[in-house]
Design a protein around this ligand. Structure first.
Ligand SMILES: *Cc1c(COP(=O)(O)O)cnc(C)c1O
Length: 458
């Protein structure tokens, strides 16, 4: 068996030659048993038309959103930029295995090697490209902790597009380094709520000290994009085309595993909106959808924001104020404000419609963990493998460790693979809090979930 050789060879990192990088994205919509329900217009509640979407997104992306074509070519301009850091390595976490004394083999795909330290540029580059192609001069977006903002700022600087980022005010002040990154790439960063938009002024009028939220920042960024036809809006997760762009991760990993002559038994990713999880797992799910291969696919979310494990599958808004189309997804209700856990990228009330549909159809198993246990696992990982995971990614790390411990108890030599979506070098203050014992777990009661779900008007 190849896996035996692999252990004897003492190989840890499985690189892929740049010439072997995939030149198509995988569109899982082509293989779904139950197709997605269409997004609905927020006012009329009728399926939205292309014309409804055009003020916000370029046609190239709207076409990808609804495409049923299985393989979508990656334009060579995008591949050229991907080559700045792709293909990313597939790494065997051998020292973690030894520490856990598990017969399981643990692999991770490492997206932290990208310029901004996470998977997010995979879609930011593609979105900037399609906007540039259609003559767009400015892109607006929102960002929480700043992972998405810094990735889009980087992408816009490569395509010479103006970038305006509404950053949740509390993060703007608490996370100054990501703000500086965005500014270094030439973006304009505005603390949200701001006085520049009606949405921002309305919030500030009611509460001058508002710390802001992703929902408010989305409303501001959309409002600015709608006012100028050379300006469009960009979103870093949830939508089908974002998940599509991220499939480069799983497609590479598939080739890396094929070259090793092995196949993973368990696949794991963390879920905020669902883009890194989908990007890593969808290319492997293809087989499960088309010929029922036995494969366990686990989507990990924070217990403080348990969209997939305790939410409801229904139509809901993507933002707090109700400006976006209604999407069919698992949601905790658009009014749900998650507790201030440190995995900022996982604090979202909904989940991508594609991930939601596959959870509903039981192809994906959702799981929730508290932040303290995830940080504890992240530290085990850092001590053995040397990489400090982003707090978001620590959820996937923790799940992989739980699965590896189960393999030890059952004496199973399974192959576990997870996506390490980013490094945590700009999140050290969160780890500092953990080490000082200041981190809290937040219990979420059923009454609160039910109260928020009841507010969904659909
Ligand atoms: C943004 C982010 C996430 C969560 O977003 P998804 O769209 O669910 O992938 C996870 N990990 C990292 C490092 C992030 O920056």
């Amino acid at each position: 068996m190849k896996i035996k050789n692999l252990i004897e060879e003492k190989t840890n990192i499985f690189f892929l030659d740049q010439k072997e990088m995939p030149d198509v994205w995988y569109n899982i919509q082509a293989d779904l048993k139950n197709s997605l329900k269409p997004p609905l217009h927020p006012a009329t509640k009728q399926p939205i038309s292309l014309e409804d979407m055009l003020p916000l997104f370029p046609l190239g992306l709207i076409e990808q959103e609804t495409s049923k074509e299985k393989w979508i070519s990656i334009p060579s301009e995008i591949i050229d930029i991907y080559r700045l850091w792709r293909p990313t390595p597939l790494i065997r976490a051998k020292r973690l295995e030894q520490y856990l004394q598990t017969p399981a083999k643990i692999f991770y795909k490492y997206e932290g090697v990208s310029p901004t330290g996470s998977h997010k540029p995979n879609s930011a580059i593609a979105q900037a490209f399609y906007n540039k192609k259609e003559g767009i001069r400015k892109i607006t977006t929102e960002t929480g902790a700043g992972q998405w903002g810094s990735s889009l700022a980087f992408a816009c600087s490569l395509f010479d597009i103006e970038c305006e980022i509404y950053m949740v005010k509390v993060s703007y002040h608490q996370k100054p380094y990501r703000k500086t990154m965005m500014q270094m790439f030439g973006a304009k960063v505005i603390p949200s709520p701001s006085h520049l938009t009606e949405a921002g002024r309305k919030v500030l009028f009611e509460n001058p000290d508002s710390p802001g939220s992703l929902g408010i920042a989305i409303s501001e960024a959309i409002e600015v994009a709608l006012k100028d036809e050379k300006t469009k809006y960009s979103l870093g997760s949830v939508l089908n085309f974002v998940l599509l762009h991220q499939t480069i991760i799983g497609l590479e990993a598939k080739i890396q595993f094929e070259k090793l002559g092995i196949q993973p038994d368990i696949l794991i990713g963390s879920v905020g909106g669902g883009s890194n999880f989908a990007g890593f797992t969808f290319p492997f799910l293809e087989k499960k959808l088309t010929n029922h291969r036995d494969l366990k696919v686990i989507a990990v979310e924070p217990a403080a924001c348990p969209t997939l494990t305790r939410g409801k599958f229904t139509y809901d808004f993507g933002d707090t104020i109700g400006m976006t189309p209604l999407l069919p997804m698992y949601t905790l209700g658009h009014n749900f404000i998650p507790s201030p856990i440190h995995a900022g990228g996982l604090r979202y009330h909904g989940a991508a419609p594609l991930v939601s549909q596959l959870v509903l159809d039981q192809y994906i198993e959702p799981r929730a963990y508290h932040q303290k246990e995830c940080f504890e696992s992240a530290i085990k990982f850092a001590k053995t493998q040397g990489i400090i995971p982003a707090p978001e990614s620590s959820h996937a790390v923790h799940c992989a460790i739980q699965e590896a411990i189960q393999c030890r108890e059952k004496n199973q030599e399974k192959i576990i693979a997870f996506n390490l979506s980013g490094h945590g070098h700009l999140d050290l203050s969160a780890y500092e809090s953990y080490l000082e014992g200041k981190l809290e777990d937040y219990e979420l009661y059923d009454e609160e979930i039910q109260k928020n779900l009841a507010s969904i008007r659909f």
